[in-house]
Design a protein around this ligand. Structure first.
Ligand SMILES: [Fe+2]
Ligand SMILES: [Fe+2]
Length: 277
């Protein structure tokens, strides 16, 4: 996908029936990526976004042609405010007794504080109650894959079997001020030593942004290793993270995994090493 062909003011269909409904946050080093999956008249929203982003995200959903009532489920991969804080606004506009809020049991412990139980009509459903699968009316299946402590206790990812799209949540996220919707790695990235500025593009280094994000956000290298094993075992065509840029194809996926597998100073180790400097 060529980035200069993309109009970020519009929702972008990243694959059949899956739309990026985020926006460009100029100057920010952290971008948030909400997505919707549209399957006939059944819509699932993934990691809807923060309170301030609600109107932009909702407008994009409307521009896809979605009636808010068709949103049947909100999937939250963990309980952070960057993905969950607009939950009460979505509940209000969808206004349906059938709306389901899907997350891991450990994350529901915190997600429930975003909206009051008195005013909320929606049902909180844990992925284990669904046997780690969501089935659309059409039979299309989303699989939920737990990635504990990468970075939250109940973190998980969602895999759309039909399009082989993996919504990886914070895994494969990045810090990058030169944001684009798609990741663009070069052959040299495979064995490079990532620096602040890429020697090839003379711009902010993509791998460096990914590495820094994982060192600071993931809980530990063990948790990250476990999550990467889950990703390696999946046949993916697209990886759509909640931060940073979408990863297409095998080469970029393999290069990023290779760098992350050899990563030191992740999470608690990053913090203690930094403190001792
Ligand atoms: Fe997070
Ligand atoms: Fe996040």
């Amino acid at each position: 996908m060529e980035m200069n062909q993309l109009d970020y003011l519009k929702p972008i269909e990243i694959t059949e029936g899956i739309y990026w409904v985020g926006f460009v946050d100029n100057g920010a080093s952290l971008h948030c990526n909400p997505y919707i999956i549209v399957d006939d008249d059944e819509v699932v929203l993934i990691d809807g976004g923060s309170r301030d982003e609600f109107s932009t995200v909702m407008l994009k959903i409307l521009r896809v042609g979605i009636n808010p009532k068709d949103i049947k489920s909100l999937i939250y991969h963990h309980s952070d405010p960057d993905l969950c804080a607009s939950l009460p606004q979505f509940e209000a506009i969808i206004n349906s007794n059938d709306l389901k809020i899907i997350s891991d049991r450990a994350e529901h412990t915190f997600i429930k504080y975003y909206s009051s139980f008195d005013s909320s009509k929606s049902e909180r459903v844990s992925i284990d109650e669904l046997d780690y699968e969501y089935e659309f009316k059409s039979g299309r299946i989303l699989k939920f894959i737990s990635t504990p402590y990468a970075h939250a206790p109940g973190s998980f990812m969602t895999y759309d079997v039909k399009t082989k799209t993996l919504f990886s949540s914070d895994i494969f996220g990045s810090f990058n001020k030169n944001w684009s919707l798609y990741t663009h790695l070069h052959n040299e990235c495979e064995n490079c030593n990532p620096k602040e500025i890429c020697a090839i593009t003379n711009r902010e280094c993509t791998m460096n942004g990914i590495i820094k994000f994982h060192q600071r956000v993931m809980a530990s290298s063990k948790a990250l290793e476990y999550a990467l094993e889950q990703i390696k075992s999946l046949d993916t065509r697209l990886i759509a993270p909640q931060h940073g840029s979408i990863i297409e194809g095998e080469f970029d996926k393999e290069v990023i995994i290779k760098h992350l597998e050899s990563l030191e100073n992740v999470g608690f180790e990053c913090y203690t090493n930094w403190r001792n400097k």
